[in-house]
Write a protein that binds this ligand. Structure first.
Ligand code: NAD
Length: 325
């Protein structure tokens, strides 16, 4: 069994973890894993997260849920007291939202991240793990992108906010002697998903099983990562990476086309005659990066690989999400 002690001597078993967005899709899976090695406080306003995602954790030793907003700085400072490691996952999850409301990511991404860092500083908490995204890279040549790729020019307000958050985290680390583990996630899939291409397709097919609207021309191709692999990867990185600011791509080194996701889905749903209606163009919406490839060698050198390829993760997630919806 893997030791909970890393070479820096942190005994991760004795830690008190604080997860912003811990009642969300990824956060709730992470909370389950962290409860095995310490106490966990979930801080979430349930804007896109759900009570039902964490209800099996309520009552377990060391678990605590605070229903509150990260914009409430006083509440946040008070709630964080006494914790050792901060996992900051709360954010607006919908990249498309900014087309309708342009200040969403500024408020729910950048400002809440400032609030988290400021509360950490006041409470003397010096370790933060951050859920960033491949969207920080922007639209790039179609090649596997490593963490040192630049310049970073996001094309969505969601990506711009993630990049701003990375900058705030790096600066707080430098000035206030904190340490950070920034993970740039691929597309995360699996049970409890409340958004994303698989979730959208299944919902559309439940409404009309004759036709499926596919945004763009279906050639969009990105790496997908199974949600348990995502939580595992973050924990592995936290235990084993030891720079002051650790930046890692977290995803598969393979990728899956949107049209192939649609094909896998109709096969698993037993709907072979569905007509695909493409909305056209090479991307799903303005701000969508249609082609994403990840260079995952930095995580591999650290000793971690996901358990599933991109196609396997998609197929497994389809099976599981069909049962949930
Ligand atoms: P999610 O919507 O399920 O989780 C976000 C959680 O944050 C929700 O529970 C929501 O209620 C909470 N939240 C949002 N604003 C809040 C606020 N102001 N105060 C308190 N709580 C608030 O989304 P997810 O897919 O689990 O994403 C988790 C993180 O991972 C996000 O930061 C997201 O940007 C990042 N990420 C996700 C993916 C993906 O494919 N799912 C990819 C890249 C990055």
């Amino acid at each position: 069994m893997e030791s909970n002690k890393n070479d820096r001597g942190y005994n991760l078993s004795d830690m008190k973890y604080f997860i912003t967005g811990g009642a969300g899709f990824i956060g709730s899976h992470l909370a389950e894993k962290l409860l095995d090695s310490g106490a966990v406080t979930v801080y979430d306003n349930l804007s896109s997260g759900k009570d039902s995602f964490i209800k099996h954790l309520a009552g377990q030793k060391g678990f605590n849920f605070i229903k509150a907003d990260l914009l409430d700085l006083d509440m946040l400072k008070k709630s964080m007291r006494g914790h050792d490691v901060l996992f900051h996952l709360a954010a607006n999850p919908d990249v498309r939202e900014a087309i309708r409301k342009t200040d969403t990511d500024l408020e729910q991404g950048t400002i809440v991240t400032y609030n988290v860092l400021e509360s950490m500083r006041e409470n003397g908490i010096d370790k933060v793990v951050f859920a960033s995204s491949s969207t920080v890279y922007g639209e790039t040549p179609v090649k596997p992108l490593a963490e040192d790729y630049g310049p970073l020019l996001p094309i969505s307000l969601y990506g711009a906010s993630k990049l701003a958050c990375e900058g705030l985290i790096s600066s707080f680390c430098h000035i206030f002697k904190m340490k950070a583990w920034i993970f740039r996630f691929a597309n995360i899939v699996g049970p409890r998903a409340t958004h994303g291409v698989i979730f959208d397709f299944i919902n559309k097919l439940k409404e009309n099983s004759d036709e499926l609207e596919i945004l763009g021309d279906g050639t969009q191709q990105k790496p997908y990562l199974y949600v348990n692999d995502c939580a595992d990867g973050m924990l592995y990185g936290l235990k084993n990476a030891d720079e002051q600011v650790n930046v890692y791509n977290l995803g598969a080194n393979s990728s899956t086309r949107v049209s192939d996701i649609a094909k896998m889905l109709i096969e698993q749903m037993g709907l072979p005659n569905v007509k695909f209606n493409y909305t056209g163009g090479n991307r799903g919406w303005p701000g969508d990066v249609p082609q994403v490839r990840f260079d995952t060698s930095k995580m591999e050198k650290l000793g971690w690989k996901p358990g599933f390829t991109s196609d396997e993760a998609v197929s497994k997630a389809i099976t599981e999400i069909i049962k949930e919806i």
